[in-house]
Design a binder for this molecule. Structure first.
Ligand code: GDP
Ligand code: GDP
Length: 437
């Protein structure tokens, strides 16, 4: 989990300038769009290969501190409660104020790391302005100029020193891995042969990650794809009457290694429980999924409604995969087989999406405002903030005061808001609710 760093302080000391400096600095890969909200501003930052989330608790009008004092104090308390480190910004130009002394008193009792930054020190000559602040009894002060950058790098070195190393960014998707699954005789090997039989493809077998796994790689329209665990299927001969159990183990294994699963259904037979089970594996694994209604050449479609009928049936049987597109194909005639690829690309693009903390929180705040969650035993459910913790599939964590009290339907509402806003209608997506301690 990325550490959260909260920036606190009086209005006008330079909190948002520092926030912007850190989230937009050369080495920080960030939000181009920090979510500017009334109270808080979130941004993703990276420094020395450590990733963290920065929260600016500013957002008050300038001027009368007294009018905002209770609000600021509340912000500081919340920041302390939810952050992993706190940064108090002081105004090196204006000097310290009684309010600062107050905040420092509060921060002294905190067990989390607290950093005291004296801002507006716009050059070495001005460090003498620091003397005023040593009287506050703080061990270590970081003189910086948020506006010009002076001192910020050194401060960030110290701030991030104890943070865990960020996991390596996922490599660019230089290949999309596809698994072909389905019950025996649905047409898996026919489909794979239809795909690979396209004359323009250059196909090669590549070793999979396990000893007996052989994948098939090819390039199509300049894009690289890998069909995982295909060799066995392609070479299947007379001995192929596999036990169902074995084919399921194989299906599970290929699901572990794919981005997108093509779930083959024998459309002539209709949708069976076994199809639902196979679909369930794809869902549990969290991969992208596409239903292929195969053997469409054999389907009686005289009234032109066969697709509608089967899709409805499929949506009922495999409700959980409602985001999986449905296509009709014929592996035997090759009909519409090339149409699978644009859909694979779309599903993958959504499956691998990254959404910045700022954008995500904007959507969450809007959703929470539009339809607030109901009370939990008379108490208000509070959603603090949300962040994307991983992708493939996109996985989000939202911090809540009582995660167990969030009704399933409300969680689904939030997921749907995320889906709608970011146009993620074709991918699995996870929203985890966590209590922050
Ligand atoms: P916030 O209310 O704490 O978020 O403060 P802001 O970031 O909005 O900054 C308040 C004012 O201080 C703005 O006019 C900034 O331009 C100015 N300011 C911020 N950082 C510096 C700095 O490093 N040096 C100087 N001279 N001015 C600064
Ligand atoms: P697998 O067990 O899932 O690999 O299925 P196969 O690819 O071996 O196909 C099982 C049977 O269905 C074979 O006899 C195929 O020729 C036939 N088949 C597969 N796809 C189609 C199709 O689109 N249309 C028709 N008519 N037959 C198909």
């Amino acid at each position: 989990m990325k550490p959260i760093v909260a920036i606190v302080g009086r209005p006008n000391v330079g909190k948002s300038t520092l926030f912007n400096r850190i989230t937009r600095s050369r080495d920080a890969i960030v939000d181009d769009l920090p979510g500017v909200t009334r109270d808080r501003n979130f941004g993703d930052a990276r420094w020395n290969d450590k990733a963290f989330t920065l929260v600016d608790t500013g957002g008050f009008a300038e001027g009368d501190v007294d009018a905002f004092a209770p609000h600021i104090r509340l912000q500081v308390e919340q920041a302390i409660e939810h952050a992993d480190a706190v940064v108090l910004v002081l105004d090196g130009k204006g000097g310290s104020s009684p309010f600062d002394t107050d905040l420092i008193q509060t921060l002294r009792t905190v067990e989390k790391p607290v950093f005291y930054v004296v801002n507006k020190i716009d050059g070495e000559g001005q460090e003498k302005a620091l003397f005023d602040f040593y009287g506050l009894g703080v061990d270590r002060l970081f003189p910086v100029s948020a506006e010009h950058g002076y001192g910020v790098a050194g401060f960030l070195d110290e701030l991030t020193d104890g943070f865990p190393d960020a996991p390596a960014e996922d490599e660019l998707p230089d290949e999309i891995r596809i698994a072909v699954i389905g019950k025996p005789n649905a047409g898996k090997s026919s489909l794979i042969n239809a795909i690979l039989g396209e004359e323009r493809l250059v196909v090669s077998d590549v070793a999979g990650t396990t000893r007996d796994a052989i994948d098939t790689a090819f390039t199509r329209d300049g894009k690289n794809y890998v069909l995982v665990d295909t060799a066995g299927i392609r070479r299947k001969g007379k001995v192929s009457q596999r036990l169902e159990k074995f084919s399921i183990i194989k299906a599970l294994r290929s699901l572990e290694r794919c981005h997108v699963a093509l779930i083959i259904i024998d459309a002539e037979e209709g949708i069976s429980d076994q199809d639902a089970r196979v679909a369930g594996y794809a869902y549990d694994r969290g991969c992208g999924a596409i239903f292929l209604l195969n053997k469409w050449d054999l389907v009686d479609n005289r009234d032109g409604k066969a697709l509608k009928r089967m899709t409805e049936n499929l949506r009922m049987t495999a409700k959980f995969l409602s985001f999986a597109p449905v296509l009709t194909v014929s592996a035997k005639t090759g009909q519409r087989v090339p149409k699978i690829f644009p859909v694979v690309d779309q599903v993958f693009a959504q499956y691998a999406v990254r959404i910045t903390t700022g954008q995500l929180n904007k959507v969450m705040e809007k959703a929470l405002e539009r339809t607030p969650p109901s009370l939990h035993k008379g108490k208000r459910l509070k959603f603090y903030y949300a962040t994307q913790v991983s992708t493939r599939p996109p996985t989000f964590v939202s911090f809540v005061n009582f995660p167990d009290a969030v009704h399933f339907s409300y969680q689904r509402y939030l997921v749907n808001q995320i889906r709608e806003t970011f146009k993620l209608d074709k991918t699995p997506l996870r929203l985890l609710l966590k209590q922050r301690t």
